[in-house]
Design a protein around this ligand. Sequence first.
Ligand SMILES: *Cc1c(COP(=O)(O)O)cnc(C)c1O
Length: 388
Amino acid sequence: MLMDSSGLAESLELLKQNNLYRSRRVIDSVRGVNVLVDGRELINFCSNDYLGLASHPDVVASFRRAANQYGVGSGSAHLVCGHGREHHALEDELAEFTGRDRALLFSTGYMANLGVITALMGKGDVIYQDRLNHASLLDGGLMSGARFKRYLHKDMHNLQQKMHIQSPGQKAMIVTDGVFSMDGDYAPLQALSALAQRQAAYLMVDDAHGFGVLGATGAGLVEQCQLNQQQVPVLVGTLGKAFGTSGAFVAGSDVLIESIIQKARSYIYTTALPPAIAAATRTSLLYVKQDNWRRDKLKKLVQRFQAGVRQIGLSLMPSESAIQPIMLGGSQQAVQASDYLFQQGFWVSAIRPPTVPQGSARLRITFSALHNEQQVDQLLSALEYLPV
Ligand SMILES: *Cc1c(COP(=O)(O)O)cnc(C)c1O
């Protein structure tokens, strides 16, 4: 029988034995960071809604208004008849916000990364990626057919060595997360930009976790490092994290964006985002720009957490961002720790291979501007008795 020879059941069993089996918890309701999950009231410490905008009443109202005007779905791909006024206006606003000529919306960050890399790079070219880059960047690199080289995490020396053997005239691209999604640390963007310019390589930065959170106006790590379009020519941001909505964009020069429109298959062959999502995101953008208090509060909560963790004697990873992982090593420890916190009323996910390298399973704790100090202290008290 097919089922017996396919080995599917056996490989599921193996995942379970190795504590690598993944399952979903069902959410019944959400009020900011308070969630009802599997019948339990929990405080959510694993969402990427860093600024708490997903539930902002004005963002929700914009969504509702646009759904009434345009319907729920976009009805088609952007290049057929799915590109609406709300999408177009959001693209203009994102371009202005990031200081780029133009921006182009994608339905998800995963698809943006596949589309951008495959549109720009192909057989005969070479791509350099940080070994801890997000899966969508790695997949885009593999899919492009370009030669694919991974360098040690944030290691400029290692990257330089690899680039040294690049053939003259060969098209090259350096690709990096801005804020690393599972570690929370920052890419050395200034050094990467200087190296890319010296080597005449593209630099692509995916700032999914910095966008909205970092920089004076929330325009991300690229703003914090003061890097313009020439210094970071390919900039990707996502909308499902700090912006609290859904989707993603790439920003850059006019000719870059036009090329991606013509060539990116994950742009061309898919239904456009719902226009109501674009409308909600435009409202989100207003709050990202004006609500400095959200970024300030987030920073304070993170500092309070870091000080508390040091007191307990657990070790932190070198992250200044809203992502504060606690490294446990084994997958079993990570799962046990996550289950224990769940019992204590905190939702913190265990991150295991292959999302992170072997032996580096961890708790990935994230903070939101909607948390309060008391909730952070409660989490710290629970962490003090972590069964590890
Ligand atoms: C979340 C994430 C993505 C994917 O974005 P989606 O919109 O969720 O598909 C891409 N890159 C990084 C670094 C991410 O953290």
